[in-house]
Design a protein around this ligand. Structure first.
Ligand code: PA5
Length: 459
């Protein structure tokens, strides 16, 4: 199980740090929030009781052996979890390994931007747009809950066209992951017979990593999706039945809430692990889109929400930590630590006469990185800055599943405490509609006009 260290959140005599009394004063309200979430059972919890989620994917697994590359075309909640699963659970050089070294499992690429230079270069890696090479060994997975998002649809159109130009059957090289009923992707899959996996309607984008959204690309890369799912299932059972005083999701939410109320509105997740850094990216979306809201559930304007930030230890010690220690007192840090890395790497002992080098000899990089974390944690506390630490005994499917569920629940509990809806994103929707309007989509003329006149561009 993951371990949590909240000791650096507390200081009984400091004007800013949380005290045990401040925390326990909110336990009753948090118990209520937990009860509410349990009885409402939002989609991200419900799906864990549906084994068919996994069986549909496992039935599809034999089809994946025909491919060497698996490309995700999606954005936001339809991409960040895929990247995080892949980066945290596969070796960093996975895409450079031969098929034999990968034991026939796919290389995975996540295309989550419409930067033409990025796309062009990525395409050449998987047999599109590269003379003399084709994409016959590539499977593209267009992921979109709404089945409408401009970026994902544009990539779909491009890829489909490029496949057809190569004389390849798009239905053999493209699968969809989308809503069971709504959106253009579902419409196309029905009309043209594309394979389409289902995102349960009650699960929103940023909470969907444990649906076919994240699980299919994970399966393609040989990640054990059953262990991942089980890790989340067991965590759900445990976290919904233990008191908030021992409940990591409740404590994460409560500490952050108390600090937010004291004006510490920035939440930095600093992973001391390159593999976990992408989870900080996933967390950034989860926390930002779920908690950043204009109105509460009663429709009153609240303009609320802590701002999540990602950082990488030790790299950002030489970039950000000066600010975290001495800048404005507006941040709570969450460190992600790994106890046992996949590798043990020793620093050789050389230059015994040079004190500035000799102390490093015969020590491990494994210790260096974790001791640097401890040093940063200590310095922050000395500077009067709170932090908490999440410890992965090792990075594997079970712990990653546990982490996902814990943070999804913590986010929902925070939202429940401040009485906002964590599952909508009206602020994103307006931007999406504005894109449709500016790209000339039918039915959006009025909005396009409004945007242009707002910029003073109207004739
Ligand atoms: O969390 C969300 O709902 C959003 O970030 C979406 O995931 C993102 O906008 C992509 O939407 P869709 O999956 O509908 O293409």
């Amino acid at each position: 199980m993951l371990k949590y260290d909240f000791t650096n959140c507390f200081n009984e005599r400091h004007p800013v740090f949380n005290t045990s009394a401040q925390l326990s004063n909110r336990y009753a309200a948090m118990e209520e929030a937990l009860k509410k979430v349990k009885s409402a059972e939002p989609g991200f919890l419900k799906i864990l009781d549906r084994p068919e989620t996994l069986s549909e994917l496992l039935d599809f697994k034999p089809n994946l052996s025909a491919y060497d590359n698996f490309v995700v075309l999606g954005i936001g909640g339809s991409a960040l979890g895929n990247t995080a699963l892949h980066r945290s659970l596969k070796p960093f050089h996975w895409e450079f390994l031969s098929r034999e070294e990968r034991k026939g499992q796919c290389r995975v690429f996540v295309w989550d931007n419409v930067d033409p230079d990025f796309l062009q270069d990525q395409m050449s890696l998987v047999g599109l747009n590269q003379p003399g090479v084709d994409a016959s060994k590539t499977l593209f997975n267009v992921i979109s809950k709404s089945g409408n998002t401009a970026e994902s649809m544009a990539m779909y159109l491009y890829v489909r066209n490029a496949l057809e130009k190569q004389g390849l059957d798009p239905k053999k090289h493209i699968v969809f992951t989308t809503d069971p009923e709504k959106g253009i992707l579902r419409q196309i899959s029905r009309k043209e017979g594309f394979t389409a996996f289902t995102i349960p309607p009650e699960v929103g984008g940023r909470f969907s990593v444990l649906t076919p959204v994240g699980l299919l690309s994970a399966l393609a890369a040989g990640i054990d999706i059953e262990k991942l799912f089980k890790g989340a299932q067991e965590t759900k059972k445990r976290l919904l039945s233990i008191p908030v005083s021992q409940n990591p999701a409740a404590l994460i939410a409560l500490h952050h809430l108390l600090y937010y109320e004291k004006g510490l509105s920035l939440s930095v997740m600093m992973a001391y692990s390159n593999a976990l850094y992408t989870w900080a990216d996933w967390y950034r979306q989860l926390w930002a889109e779920s908690l950043g809201k204009k109105v509460n559930r009663s429709g009153q304007e609240v303009f609320i929400g802590p701002t999540p930030i990602k950082a990488l230890g030790v790299t950002d010690q030489h970039s950000q930590v000066q600010l975290y220690n001495e800048g404005k007192l507006d941040k709570v840090l969450t460190f992600l630590e790994v106890e046992t890395f996949r590798n043990r790497l020793e620093i050789p002992s050389m230059y015994p006469e040079l004190e500035g080098l000799s102390y490093l000899g015969n020590q491990r990089f494994n210790d260096l990185i974790n001791l640097e974390l401890r040093g940063t944690e200590y310095a922050l506390k000395k500077h009067g800055r709170p932090s908490l630490r999440v410890v992965f005994p090792r990075i594997d499917e079970a712990h990653v599943g546990e982490f996902i569920l814990t943070y999804e629940l913590a986010t929902t509990l925070f939202a429940t405490m401040i009485d906002i809806d964590p599952f909508d994103q009206p602020g994103v929707e307006l931007g999406k509609r504005a894109t449709y309007a500016l790209m000339g989509r039918e039915g959006y003329d009025a909005l396009a006009k409004e945007i242009r006149s707002d910029k003073g561009e109207d004739a």
